[in-house]
Design a protein around this ligand. Structure first.
Ligand code: SF4
Length: 120
């Protein structure tokens, strides 16, 4: 089979054309570095994604803080994890590194605050 992937590991966003059978890559063109092949292999076997989004803050100088996952999770769980994150509300102050959800869905990744919000 043939498929084109856009590598998302760096701002170059290489368009990588791949011929493959299952998880075996027969040919690969368009990657500017070796990470492209690893990325495509991961996409073929088990695609992973990170999430960066916002969580409500009560009593803060800002109404929201930013959060992200401590490490990528399987792509198939993204919507389920987003649903859990949307239900969260923190109380100010929030601090970078604060854990909002530990080991979300047992996937080995934490939802972590990435912006400080001071209390009013
Ligand atoms: S293949 Fe390498 S250079 Fe191209 S987007 Fe991926 S990491 Fe960046």
């Amino acid at each position: 089979m043939n498929k084109t992937f856009t590598c998302i590991l760096c701002p170059n966003g290489c368009e990588i054309a791949v011929a493959y059978e299952g998880a075996n890559i027969n040919s690969l063109n368009g990657a500017l570095c070796d990470k492209g092949e690893n990325y495509v292999t991961q996409e073929l076997i088990a695609p992973m994604r990170n999430i960066a989004t916002l969580v409500k803050v009560e009593g803060g100088k800002l109404p929201l803080t930013s959060v992200r996952l401590s490490k990528p999770i399987p792509k198939k769980y993204i919507f389920e994890v987003m649903s859990l994150i949307r239900k969260q509300a923190l109380v100010a102050p929030t601090s970078i590194g604060q854990i909002v959800i530990k080991n979300v869905l047992g996937l080995g990744s934490d939802v972590v605050v990435t912006k400080n919000v001071d209390a009013v």
